[in-house]
Design a protein around this ligand. Structure first.
Ligand SMILES: Nc1nc2c(ncn2[C@@H]2O[C@H](COP(=O)(O)OP(=O)(O)OP(=O)(O)O)[C@@H](O)[C@H]2O)c(=O)[nH]1
Ligand SMILES: [Zn+2]
Length: 296
């Protein structure tokens, strides 16, 4: 039976791309059940289908999902490209760390992109950020859509992944997507003109295969950033540079606050872990505890 991945959905039709890069227009009969839940097919789902006609089919089964993002609704995303601007607005570490924690919690691979490099007067500032984030191990790419610096450097990271771009409003996500996804800019403008409103009101998110390999969601993700559903003990795992240290903490389940012989706190004091990252960890932990109190 043929199989493939749903790359877009428009008014009840699912467009399934096979391994051989053929596109089938499929319908789906009712709802599907897996993991005891009923669900409708999502963009990103790997499905099996019956071929009914040339290029047409019926979806018969959905494979269980590796990941599931809510906004935009996409299954099987594997990577977050976390975008933060260097200028306009100036680099802000707190929102960056917040997005990083959410991406970690969703178990995604992570690439950090720092935008608007052309507006940065002092390159030392970029170097300082790189140094500060080195212990995380995240790849960091600095870009500019004005000079096109860094744009090509992003592409190898997108290979073999299904990526979603995330970051605060105005940091340049859309501008980057326009550079990376061929014809995106054109299409956005044309559709808006024809029907007088944005294209996203008429169709679901689409995942676009890139010529250089990999798939990219054509609209940004992670618009809601509350720590709802996260446990205090989860947070430390969302800071990659904490993980190894945490194994050496004296107490199992150490939350790295005031516990004696906490190796994470020690490392933040010596600067081996960026003290700002540690500070944000403490802030997020407070937020998670606050949310829990309200829940019970
Ligand atoms: N100088 C400069 N300006 C940029 C760059 N990238 C984006 N901008 C500008 O920054 C502004 C915001 O860019 P967008 O791409 O709309 O940002 P966004 O993250 O998609 O914003 P939202 O749609 O609000 O989430 C626009 O005016 C862009 O022209 C860059 O590399 N250099
Ligand atoms: Zn600890």
């Amino acid at each position: 039976m043929p199989s493939g991945q749903i790359i877009k959905a428009i008014s009840g039709f699912y467009y399934v791309r096979t391994e051989h890069e053929e596109l089938y227009e499929c319908k789906a009969r009712g709802v599907f059940k897996f993991e005891k839940k009923k669900c409708k097919p999502l963009v990103g789902d790997y499905v099996q289908f019956d071929e009914t006609d040339m290029g047409k089919g019926y979806i018969t089964a959905i494979e269980s999902r590796q990941t599931e993002l809510v906004r935009p609704a996409i299954a099987n995303v594997t990577q977050a490209v976390v975008v933060c601007s260097l200028r306009e607005p100036s680099f802000q570490q707190m929102p960056l760390d917040r997005f990083l924690v959410h991406a970690e919690h969703a178990r995604l691979e992570i690439v950090v992109v720092l935008t608007k490099l052309d507006l940065l007067e002092d390159p030392a500032e970029l170097e300082a950020i790189r140094t500060r984030y080195a212990p995380t191990g995240y790849p960091i790419v600095a870009t500019s859509i004005e000079t096109t610096d860094g744009i090509e450097q992003i592409k190898p990271y997108l290979k073999d992944q299904t990526s979603v771009f995330a970051g605060q409003s105005g940091v340049g996500k859309s501008s980057l997507l326009n550079k990376i996804i061929p014809d995106r800019e054109l299409e956005t403008g044309a559709v808006s003109q024809k029907i007088g409103r944005g294209r996203h009101t008429t169709r679901s998110v689409e995942i676009i295969p890139l010529e250089t390999g990999g798939l990219v969601a054509d609209s940004p993700g992670f618009s809601q950033l509350t720590f709802d559903g996260m446990e205090p003990a989860d947070l430390g795992h969302c800071f990659p540079e904490f993980r190894e240290k945490a194994e050496e903490c004296r107490f199992r389940g150490c939350l790295h606050l005031n516990e004696p012989s906490c190796k994470v706190r020690d490392a933040a004091e010596t600067g081996e872990i960026d003290p700002k990252r540690y500070e944000h960890y403490v802030t997020f932990l407070e937020e998670i505890k606050e949310l829990q109190l309200r829940r019970y």
